[in-house]
Design a protein around this ligand. Structure first.
Ligand code: F6P
Length: 323
């Protein structure tokens, strides 16, 4: 293999730049040509591709977002779109790909590999931490710390006004950001899609807190849960406990930006290097990950289809710490 391409796709995540930098510099150090593909699969289809040098990735290790830009491509979901993308790659002699993204990215990569045989190694880049095959994904640690910082600030005002706050965090269908920021932020309750917490449980927890003279409470809600979003849960609770002064705060996309934490920079750099080395050593159709601090390769199929369960010990911890 003499030439590889790298791209970021799906929701951006802090640390993607550190991963791109690592892919480029590992590739160059192995004597490869490295091409940057902009806007994910869209740029692959359109030929928005350029040769990267070492200086192309200077001064980006500390920056959030992705210098290669990102997109969710509808056209790549069609066979014609994928054929166009393949043509663009072969035109430039690109023989292998590093795909930095989440489950949508790897679903596309898996089909692309099966149809055209091009070797692809994925690096898990999503704040959601919802990919089987890696204990942590690029951007998750930063997103948790951003959420935590917001929770700390909200706690100050909640406390001053004796209020209950419902704080919604991201995670699509996964409660990882909620559980970690909830524990770190001292939440009374964490509502995540992976558990069967009912509206009754939420009401009972807040009632118990009130009866124990708790003057303010924080409930962290993961988006995408069965109970609805934070506004829906809060409006239900207001009806049942009208004496509580309730507010809702949705943290939204601030969780996706910002300078990556040291953990994310190192994780991203390790994954980038291992992705390129994997490609060179014949890995294909796999996602590189870190499990128990060791580099591993998991097939795309498993990474996207197998659920990564929330550690139940953490759920128990929330309960114990909020008495
Ligand atoms: O997958 C990352 C993520 O930030 C999810 O947590 C969230 O549900 C989704 O992307 C939001 O997507 P968009 O930026 O397209 O609104």
């Amino acid at each position: 293999m003499k030439s590889i391409g790298v791209f970021t796709s799906g929701g951006d995540a802090p640390g993607m730049n550190a991963c791109i930098r690592s892919v480029v510099r590992t590739g160059l150090s192995l004597g490869l040509d490295v091409y940057g593909i902009k806007y994910g699969y869209n740029g692959m289809i359109d030929g928005d591709i350029y040769k990267m040098k070492s200086y192309s990735v200077s001064n980006i290790v500390q920056r959030g977002g992705t210098i290669l830009k990102s997109a969710r491509s509808k056209e790549f979901m069609t066979k014609e779109g994928r054929a166009k993308a393949y043509e663009q790659l072969t035109k430039r002699g690109i023989e292998g790909l590093v795909a930095i993204g989440g489950d949508g990215t790897f679903t596309g990569a898996n089909i692309f590999h099966e149809e055209f045989g091009i070797p692809i190694v994925g690096a898990p880049g999503t704040i959601d931490n919802d990919l089987y095959g890696s204990d942590y994904t690029i951007g998750f640690d930063t997103a948790v710390n951003t959420a935590l910082d917001a929770i700390d600030k909200i706690r100050d005002t909640a406390n001053s006004h004796d209020r209950v706050f419902f704080i919604e965090v991201m995670g699509r269908h996964s409660g990882y950001i909620a559980i970690q920021s909830g524990i770190g932020g001292g939440a009374e309750l964490v509502v995540v899609p992976e558990t069967s917490i009912t509206m009754e449980d939420v009401i009972n927890t807040l009632k118990e807190g009130r009866d124990k003279q708790k003057t303010s409470s924080i409930v962290v809600v993961a988006e995408g849960g069965d109970q609805g979003d934070a506004h829906q849960i809060a409006s239900h609770v207001i009806k049942e406990l009208p004496d509580l002064d309730i507010r809702v705060s949705t943290l939204g996309h601030i969780q996706r930006g910002g300078s990556p934490t040291s953990y994310d920079r190192i994780l991203s750099s390790r994954l980038g290097m291992a992705a390129v080395e994997g490609l060179i050593n014949g890995e294909k159709n796999v996602m590189v990950g870190v499990i128990n601090d060791k580099i591993t390769y998991t097939s795309f199929k498993l990474a996207i289809s197998k659920a990564k369960p929330i550690n139940q010990e953490l759920m128990r911890l929330v309960e114990i710490l909020s008495i």
